[in-house]
Design a binder for this molecule. Structure first.
Ligand code: FIX
Ligand code: ZN
Length: 400
């Protein structure tokens, strides 16, 4: 092998990626598909930063057009101030990767230049070496679910997942929707499962997902629908993905930018894994406080797989720390990252930033075993990175 560092960098940059959790939609589904620099600047991470950095009137801001909003974000966070936060750096990464010279330019100038690139999804997937992304699909959102009316998009690239939060937060609405779609049922449990079966056939999801705060996690096993949902997931052979530790609407005025963090009791996760050993559980925790315990739990339950650095965890300083911890405790038996991208272009920065961190962390670990006379080959490194970026996900989702 030439040089260990260079070999790792090359392999990490060339390996195909299976992005297990995004909020992306295919370009063919125009109403929900987001792309371009204006959408990138309108990301709720940057909106929260704008609100807390300036004294801007929140209600007035939300009434503006997307372009007006992005203009303000660009002026306030990138021109009047130094763009040092991770969310700001993400925008700079996208612009520099696309060779757009943004220095001393207004939002309009950048937007013009960016639009001329006419970037397609496929080009973006190619830049980031992404082969598949899993969408977040809410079967209780009639308008969003229209995506599955006509599947004229690449269903091998954009895979579906069933987001079930509404069953736990807005049951009456869910039951109404189920009743409108299912004619014959014995009871409410039967109704929900029949509806899940219907939306399963329409979307072919690779997992079902739920985001929970501490209280919801605590009462999860007592929920009357949970045993049947687990039985159904087992029959379908798809995992349940648990996104733990979000406290929704800490600041309601901020809307989507107003969600915060909760501390969770992970004993409840362990209990879920024990009570449902035939179900597979994917899990990502939002708080740094929970990462050590979560990693240990992944050594204790065969049916549990950690994935990604979710949202507030997706900061380089935390990723470095926890990625090392995960390797120390789990070897390569975890799914290291997901993008959570809402705008296709974000894939560029989310994965670029992560690849730099992963390469450095892997280098330290390989170097260490080399010093203990282990002969690490290029093939073995390729294999390892492919597990992390693709195969661990593919296997856990039972996909061929
Ligand atoms: O619940 C989720 O899937 C969260 O990832 C999002 O809803 C959140 O708003 C987000 O975009 C985080 O990255
Ligand atoms: Zn998400």
């Amino acid at each position: 092998m030439k040089n260990l560092k260079q070999t790792i960098n090359e392999i990490v940059n060339e390996t195909e990626i299976f992005d297990i959790h995004t909020h992306l939609f295919p370009a063919e589904f125009k109403k929900y598909h987001l792309s371009g620099i204006s959408e990138v600047l309108n990301y709720h991470y940057l909106i929260a930063e704008l609100f807390t950095t300036t004294n801007i009137n929140i209600k007035k801001f939300y009434r503006l057009t997307n372009e007006e909003k992005s203009n303000i974000i660009w002026e306030e966070l990138f021109r009047k101030r130094t763009p040092l936060s991770e969310a700001c750096k993400g925008v700079l990464t996208i612009l520099s990767q696309l060779s757009i010279d943004y220095i001393s330019k207004s939002f309009d100038e950048i937007n013009n230049e960016y639009s001329k690139l006419n970037l397609t999804d496929l080009q973006i997937f190619k830049i980031s070496k992404i082969t598949k992304v899993v969408m977040t699909n809410n079967p209780f959102d009639k308008s969003e679910w229209q995506l599955f009316n006509n599947k004229k998009w690449d269903t091998k690239k954009y895979l579906a997942s069933l987001r079930l939060d509404d069953i736990f937060t807005n049951l009456d609405k869910c039951l109404d929707i189920c009743k409108k779609n299912i004619d014959h049922f014995d009871n409410e449990n039967d109704l929900i499962i029949k509806y899940l079966e219907k939306v399963y056939l329409e979307s072919k999801p690779v997992y079902a997902a739920l985001s929970l705060n501490n209280l919801q996690l605590k009462s999860f096993l007592k929920n009357r629908f949970v045993p049947d949902i687990f039985k159904w997931l087992e029959r379908k052979n798809i995992p349940l993905s648990l996104l733990l530790g979000v406290k929704r609407q800490v600041n309601r005025e901020f809307l989507l930018a107003g969600d915060g963090i909760d501390k969770v009791d992970l004993n409840n996760l362990s209990e879920i894994c024990n009570q449902y050993p035939n179900n597979k559980i994917l899990c990502s925790c939002l708080s740094l406080n929970d990462q050590h315990e979560l990693t240990v739990l992944a050594r204790k339950h065969q049916n549990l797989k950690i994935f990604g650095f979710w949202w507030f965890m997706n900061q380089p300083s935390l990723i470095k720390l926890i990625l090392n911890l995960r390797i120390e405790l789990l070897g390569l038996n975890f799914i290291p990252q997901h993008s959570d991208a809402r705008v296709t272009d974000q894939l560029i920065y989310k994965w670029f930033h992560f690849k730099v961190l992963l390469s450095n962390v892997l280098y330290d670990h390989y170097k260490e075993i080399q010093l203990k006379n282990f002969k690490i080959s290029e093939n073995q490194i390729s294999d390892d990175v492919s597990k992390l970026f693709y195969k661990n996900t593919q296997n856990f989702l039972n996909l061929s």
